[in-house]
Design a protein around this ligand. Structure first.
Ligand SMILES: [Zn+2]
Length: 395
């Protein structure tokens, strides 16, 4: 078998992180050039195209959503004045339904951590009908040292805000409000504010249920909300630490007028295939992946405004391309087919990977393994390797 040549990896990294590539922003010219470069390398290796219509490119339709200042967000109790929350200081919110305008006027129900996890015998919903409601919930997962409860201290998917929004939408809720508490989130409000201002990208909707209001509120605003309902925020946080927690309607409504700027755009995953040599096993695939996008260029920033992203993730792409070349030169192909996929929009929230997962070039059940390279620092010989998620695979 051909040997991996580190100098070839270096050459790919140099080109992909060159200023001319302008930081490989998703939906920007530099990102598109990177995709074409990678597709060209796959073609030169003699690999089969595994994208759309016999090409190496798989189109990924996306939508940018920017909250508009015309948005209003208020808490309305059964008596007393409504409380209008201030954007960015008291709340952040996105309309995941990708509509320019949506109205929400719905009862708020507190659902603790908002987790339904049968394998840990944990269910915050307890079968409550939350259709059309707005769900107030905590971030992260119930703290535990017990490996049988949410993997002990390790964070499982149930602790992530993406899961909480998804679960709320699956249950028919129209909105979710996450209470920010620094110790629970492990980062301060500024992080929430900074990562929730300006445009956010989503995959174009494909029928999955989404929330009109996907939001966070500041702990002080949550305190005020609990008070409107005659409750104490510290008490309701404590209540959620137990398996016997039950959802609690707050007798407070969220009245929101969500106004968003909607910007459709597209980018591409780059996919190639090396057919396997075994007549049966070639129907299965091993996948190698690496995202090619980085943060692009910020024209409004003075000075050096290009995020070159040599480490993140020109390195992974260089490795992917060298793996592809090496495998393509092998005297005999491996028994299983190999899929090489360089994905887009990782920095926007793993959108290229999500799209690839929903539209795999080989049926998902026949992909035996995916080895992803991301942000590989060129710091000499590695002495140890840590594989996150290794406890969930037999590989
Ligand atoms: Zn990365």
């Amino acid at each position: 078998m051909q040997k991996i040549d580190p100098e070839r990896i270096r050459a790919h990294v140099r080109f992909l992180s060159h200023d001319l590539l302008e930081g490989r922003g998703t939906g920007q010219r530099g990102g598109d050039i990177a995709a074409e470069y990678i597709a060209t390398q796959f073609a030169l290796d003699g690999l089969q195209p595994a994208g759309d219509n016999g090409t190496f490119l798989q189109k990924v339709p996306m939508v940018g959503v920017t909250p508009d200042p015309a948005t209003t967000f208020s808490l309305v109790g059964s008596s007393g004045p409504a409380k209008d929350l201030k954007p960015l200081t008291e709340y952040v919110a996105y309309n995941e339904t990708q509509q320019p305008e949506s109205d929400v006027d719905a009862e708020i129900v507190y659902v603790g951590y908002g987790i339904e996890a049968p394998e840990y015998d944990w269910d915050d919903y307890k079968g409550a009908d939350v259709k059309g409601k707005v769900l107030l919930m905590l971030v992260n997962e119930p703290p535990s040292d017990d490996p049988k409860l949410f993997n002990g201290r390790a964070l499982t998917y149930y602790g992530r805000w993406t899961y909480k929004y998804e679960e709320a939408a699956r249950k028919g809720a129209v909105g979710a409000i996450l209470i920010h508490k620094t110790e629970m989130a492990s980062y301060p409000w500024e992080v929430v504010r900074n990562s929730n201002s300006g445009e956010k990208s989503y995959l174009k909707l494909e029928g999955t249920p989404k929330l009109k209001v996907a939001s966070w509120i500041h702990l002080e605003a949550a305190r005020a909300l609990a008070n409107m309902a005659g409750m104490d925020v510290d008490k309701i946080i404590a209540d959620a630490q137990s398996r016997s927690f039950h959802p609690a309607p707050l007798d407070v409504r969220l009245k929101a007028h969500m106004v968003s700027k909607i910007r459709p755009f597209e980018s591409n995953n780059v996919i190639a295939k090396l057919p396997g040599s075994d007549s049966k096993l070639k129907n299965e695939a091993i996948m190698y992946t690496a995202h090619y996008d980085h943060l692009g260029i910020r024209p409004d920033m003075p000075g050096d405004n290009i995020y070159n992203g040599a480490n993140d993730n020109a390195t992974g792409c260089g490795i992917l391309l060298e793996l592809a070349r090496t495998f393509s030169l092998a005297a005999q192909a491996p028994r299983r087919s190999i899929i090489f996929a360089s994905v887009t929009a990782e920095e926007q929230g793993l959108l290229g990977s999500e799209y690839l997962g929903k539209h795999p070039p080989v049926p998902a059940g026949r992909i035996a393994l995916d080895l992803n390279h991301d942000d590989v620092p060129p710091l000499g010989y590695p002495e140890e390797v840590e594989v996150s998620g290794s406890e969930r695979t037999t590989f």
